[in-house]
Design a protein around this ligand. Structure first.
Ligand SMILES: [Zn+2]
Ligand SMILES: [Zn+2]
Length: 339
């Protein structure tokens, strides 16, 4: 997993953007003395903190597996994305409260002045950085970067909402439109934050891979089932940040050699790795004719089945492997193995 070297660069970009926007707003505050700009600068301070912990969790997620964390540290990204989700929901809440106050007591719209111009400039900076982070997040499958991008986007939407509110009120003269626009913005931002929290929770709960990826694994396995005397069960998948884990049991005729079985597993694992990025595959080889092979299809072991499931195209061969027609049940590369 070399992606993290790249994702870290984007976290540094986010930190830089936060520092630049803080500087812009502080400069505007010092020039105008407008308190609104000072609280704006505070918002960027939250961005800086968020970008720093995104970097921290990306570095943690990149640490190689060790004895205590044998499956790696990639799930650390979910801490980052869930905190970002909460910050986004919190930001939406404060926008909504301010809007409701203005709805109760309509206030005259402030003039767009020097300070607002700098706010727009910093919104443009945030927009460009957020788009860059979103692209990188999609490319490297990093939910922490994606969450940080959405956080920056929240600021962009907030600034856009203020600007649109001012323009609409000036155009129509209806002061009530300004808080209504802000409320719509807030609802949209809450949705973004809630979705991030939900997806982070799903990641922490070991949700399986997306449907299309699960389907391509099933397609690979069905391909082997159709052409060889094999079966599979206990197919399990999970996403752990950038990493993916897939495990399965492959059932083969009991008389196959260890070498033949391992050759097949290697081929199946290769096929899965070819189709699914950043995946670790675990396989478990089992003899079809042993009832114990069928007790571990669920997470908890069950009773042995009374009747073993049929192997397609291999009638009567399960209970007594010696009855199997030699052609039909010969394992892959059996010739090499026997040499
Ligand atoms: Zn092996
Ligand atoms: Zn099994």
């Amino acid at each position: 997993m070399n992606n993290t070297a790249y994702t870290k660069k984007f976290a540094y970009l986010s930190i830089t953007a936060a520092v630049v926007t803080i500087a812009l707003k502080m400069f505007a505050f010092l020039a105008t003395g407008s308190v609104g700009l000072l609280s704006d600068a505070m918002e960027s301070l939250v961005n800086l903190a968020a970008a720093i912990f995104t970097l921290f969790f990306l570095i943690l997620a990149a640490r190689p597996a060790d004895e205590e964390h044998a499956y790696g540290h990639s799930k650390a990204e979910y801490f980052s994305s869930s905190i970002e989700g909460m910050l986004i929901v919190f930001a939406a809440g404060s926008i909504a409260i301010a809007a409701l106050n203005r709805l109760a007591e309509p206030q005259p719209i402030e003039q767009i002045e020097f300070g607002a111009v700098l706010s727009i400039i910093s919104a443009v900076v945030n927009f460009i950085v957020a788009r860059t982070l979103l692209n990188a997040a999609a490319k490297y499958d990093s939910i922490a970067l994606e969450a940080d991008a959405h956080h920056l986007m929240t600021d962009v939407w907030t600034s856009a909402g203020v600007l649109v509110g001012v323009i609409v009120v000036v155009a129509t003269g209806w002061t009530i439109l300004d808080p209504i626009i802000a409320l719509i913005m807030a609802a949209n931002i809450v949705r973004t934050g809630a979705l991030l929290i939900y997806r982070s929770a799903q990641g922490l709960m070991d949700r399986g891979l997306p449907d299309d990826q699960r389907k391509s694994i099933v397609d690979i396995l069905e391909g082997y089932v159709a052409t060889q005397q094999i079966q599979y069960h206990a197919l399990r998948t999970r996403q752990a940040g950038m990493r993916r884990f897939v495990s399965m049991h492959i059932l083969v005729p009991g008389h196959w050699t260890v070498q033949a079985g391992h050759n097949l597993l290697e081929r199946i694992e290769d096929d899965v790795r070819e189709r699914i990025p950043e995946v670790t595959v675990f396989t478990h080889l089992e003899p079809q004719n042993d009832p114990k092979s069928w007790q571990d299809t669920d997470l908890d072991r069950s009773e042995a089945p009374e009747v073993l499931p049929e192997v397609p195209g291999l009638k009567g061969a399960q209970d007594n492997p010696s009855e199997a027609p030699p052609q039909a049940s010969s394992p892959p590369n059996a010739g090499e193995v026997l040499l």
